[in-house]
Design a protein around this ligand. Structure first.
Ligand code: BG6
Length: 496
């Protein structure tokens, strides 16, 4: 796709995300020749930096732009010429006229034609203020050039705050100008879910309650909260991963076929799936269908790993969950009575995200040794070892008809392009710069996901029956989580 000349204005440019994700993504896009000739980045924040300070910080001093041969100093220096900086003085609630002047100066100099992408790498509490201040100096106005706004997660803290954020931003920008980032949608394998489902004849006819017994989604990380304890303790696994990334995956697994690949058509179907989630708001269901846990200290490979409550920035009496497993249903024609089991956690034995579609057993077992383990499973590996695995029964060679499991296994790395998968931020930035919002969350999607998550959070926070189960760092979560999936085999615990 072609790309208009444009300027990317990053708010919060002295922060970690700019250095860790945005600049490396832009740098790779630059090296891959994806950026238009007339393109500049203007960083802004409260820090008092010059253009050169900013360039030093994010390009020359950055451990994220690795010093491989291809990243020669000359390439970096060329790229750095596209970066500029303007400080905001006292803060974000200020008159943006000086910022606007700098934007206009660069706009004329680099012939940008007033096409601006604003990137909010900021705390959501100031989104509305910054949007208001942009609008106050007419920087949100389209007509002469287009204006787009990318906002980072977390998008809200609850349904109510997400709605407030939407209303706040929509006062100054139209919904079609707003791009809400969910970096899981930038992952190649998540996008491929659409292609697997809707470009093959063999899966879609089976993709429903008649053939699927249950759906299992695991998102595991081996790391703990690291130095993000302060943020994480106010968030927890449900807000940090489940409401956004996992709900996005669920919506793509569950959605109806869109009529085309138009962004609104795809997002309309996703939001319909999310709106069909059966809301759990009675204590008994919440007790039976939700499990939360928190990792405790353990010795892993001879080293002592801290428990969550000992982590820096975490309240020593914290009840914040680092493990969440939820069983739920989707009330529509396709998924009636098919349970979904979704879990996410830190300090698991390995890092893995995968979707397992468990097909029903064959209607009539004629081979006596066939059990759960030989039922068909489609395993979609989101990360790492990106790929798709189909498990099916085969006859054990020899006498009789004994059934065992065989694998058909596809690895992305076997594709010619498969070892060059674009980083999520690269893909997402590129899309927003081209005006394609398919892989961004729309206001109604975010709100539908919150509507499902809110009562769980409320139950966990308020009810005496909502226990926080401990689990030793390095295991697959609290044993209680097995009760959730009982009767349907076990969680699939893939180990490297
Ligand atoms: C982020 C969460 O959104 O996603 C982090 O805030 C988490 O807590 C991260 O570690 C996981 O992303 P990925 O791409 O490594 O699975």
């Amino acid at each position: 796709k072609s790309m208009d000349e444009q300027m990317l204005i990053i708010f919060g440019a002295s922060g970690d995300l700019t250095k860790r994700k945005l600049i490396p993504a832009l740098y790779d896009l630059y090296k891959g020749d994806f950026l238009p000739e007339n393109f500049v980045v203007l960083g802004t924040s409260r820090s008092d930096l010059t253009d050169d300070d900013f360039r030093n910080r994010v390009v020359f001093n950055s451990e994220f732009l690795k010093d491989e041969a291809e990243n020669s100093d000359a390439t970096k220096a060329e790229f750095a010429k596209k970066l500029f900086y303007k400080d905001l003085g006292d803060g974000y609630d200020t008159d943006f006229t000086p910022l606007k002047e700098r934007i206009h100066e660069l706009n004329s100099k680099f012939k940008i034609n007033h096409n601006f992408v604003f990137y909010f790498s900021l705390p959501p509490s100031i989104y509305e203020t910054v949007a208001k201040n942009l609008a106050a100096v007419d920087l949100s106005v389209e007509g002469v050039g287009w204006k787009r706004l990318i906002v980072e997660k977390p998008f809200g803290y609850s349904l109510e705050t997400a709605k407030e954020l939407n209303i706040g931003l929509q006062k100054y920008f139209r919904e079609s100008q707003i791009y809400r980032i969910d970096h899981y949608l930038g992952k190649e394998t998540v996008q491929n879910l659409l292609v697997t489902r809707f470009s093959n004849t063999v899966f879609e006819p089976l993709w429903n309650r008649n053939y699927i017994r249950h759906v299992e989604i695991t998102n595991a990380e081996s790391v703990g909260v690291g130095n993000r304890g302060g943020y994480y303790d106010k968030s927890g696994a449900l807000r940090d991963m489940f409401q956004n990334h996992l709900m996005q995956i669920v919506s793509i697994v569950a959605m109806e076929p869109p009529i085309s690949d138009d962004p609104e058509e795809i997002r309309n179907e996703k939001v319909k799936a999310l709106k069909s989630l059966r809301i759990m708001d009675d204590e008994e269901t919440l007790f039976n269908h939700t499990i939360r846990g928190q990792y405790t200290s353990a010795i892993i490979n001879g080293e002592t790993v801290k428990g969550y409550r000992e982590e820096e920035g975490v309240d020593p009496a914290s009840t914040t969950e680092t493990f969440a497993a939820i069983k739920f249903y989707i009330d529509n024609w396709r998924w009636k009575d098919v349970p979904f089991y979704v879990r996410t956690a830190k300090r698991m034995p390995t890092k893995v995200t995968e979707i397992v579609i468990h097909f029903k057993p064959s209607h009539h077992h004629i081979f006596k040794d066939q059990d759960f383990d030989t039922d068909n499973k489609l395993i979609i590996r989101i990360q790492p070892d990106e790929g798709i695995l189909m498990k099916f029964g085969v006859k054990v060679p020899g006498q009789g008809f004994n059934v065992e499991r065989a694998n058909m296994d596809f690895y992305y790395s076997d594709l010619e392009e498969g070892n060059n998968i674009m980083e999520a931020y690269e893909r997402l930035l590129l899309d927003a710069m081209q005006g394609d919002a398919t892989l961004y969350a729309r206001a109604d999607e975010v709100e539908a996901a919150w509507a499902f998550v809110d009562p769980i959070l409320k139950y966990w926070n308020e009810s005496k029956s909502a226990i926080v189960h401990g689990y030793s760092a390095g295991v697959w979560g609290p044993l209680h989580a097995d009760d959730l999936i009982e009767g349907r085999g076990f969680w699939r615990n893939p180990c490297k």
